[in-house]
Ligand binder design. Structure first.
Ligand code: ADP
Ligand code: ZN
Length: 221
């Protein structure tokens, strides 16, 4: 059977995580968030985690060769045999080229790229309001999903603001996105497999609506 390879390339905080979870549920593919894999490695103090941590805390990108090596291993997992949804990868043109090469060796291509466009001011607002449980990892939003007890998760863990979600760092991450990742929109546009959409309060569309439309696009392919 043909392997499905999906890449989600929106800015940080554009709803890629939510979109991936929906696609995973609907299509039964392996969800690979390179950010989650990196954070897990940082938490466990692995060699990969030690290499990545300083870049992540500063809101910059982890070097391409580190990410490419990591993805190469993930593609070999048995769970990846049906297909993969990449969330937050590729983030640079050279990562996109490396992915194409890895896939070509297996006779596969990127099936579709989804770009969710959200105004930067909306993203900054969302991130400023996001809190994460330091114990179980649950995510709260101070405006639309506030904790019952201020500063506390339902599991009683302390809620914190992730280092890379502090406003100064978010500004840096958005600047990094604009410089290094925005060119991917043209990369996949030129390859003819881009689905471009907008979401967020200002345009009034939810991530779920975007995913519905994207799935219609997939059927048309
Ligand atoms: P978001 O999508 O919210 O920016 P992620 O959870 O995807 O954040 O990633 C968190 C951090 O991990 C990024 O700021 C970056 O430092 C690093 N990272 C994740 N994916 C990549 C990638 N493909 N290339 C380089 N760095 C990455
Ligand atoms: Zn918790």
């Amino acid at each position: 059977m043909e392997r499905t390879i999906m890449v989600l390339i929106g800015a940080p905080g554009s709803g890629k995580g939510t979109a991936s979870k929906r696609l995973k549920k609907d299509l039964g593919l392996l969800h690979v968030s390179t950010g989650d894999v990196l954070r897990e490695n940082v938490k466990n103090g692995t060699e990969l985690g030690l290499k990545a941590k300083s870049y992540m805390d500063a809101g910059g990108l982890v070097p391409d060769e580190v990410i490419i090596g990591m993805v190469k291993e993930l593609l070999e997992l048995p769970e990846a045999s049906k297909g993969v949804i990449f969330d937050g990868f590729p983030r640079t043109i050279s990562q996109a080229e490396a992915l194409d090469t890895m896939l070509a060796e297996k006779g596969v291509e990127v099936t579709a790229a989804l770009n969710i466009e959200v105004p930067f001011e909306e993203i900054e607002k969302r991130m400023a309001n996001r809190r994460t449980c330091s114990s179980c990892g649950s995510i709260y939003s101070l405006d639309f999903n506030p904790p019952t007890v201020e500063g506390k998760c339902d599991c009683n863990g302390d809620l914190i603001q992730r280092e890379d979600e502090k406003p100064e760092v978010v500004k840096g991450r958005l600047a990094t996105y604009k410089a290094q990742s925005a060119p991917l929109v043209d990369y996949y546009g030129n390859a003819g497999n881009l689905y471009q959409d907008s979401a967020g309060d200002i345009v009034g569309k939810t991530t779920h609506q975007v995913v519905d439309e994207f799935q219609e696009f997939l059927k048309s392919k």
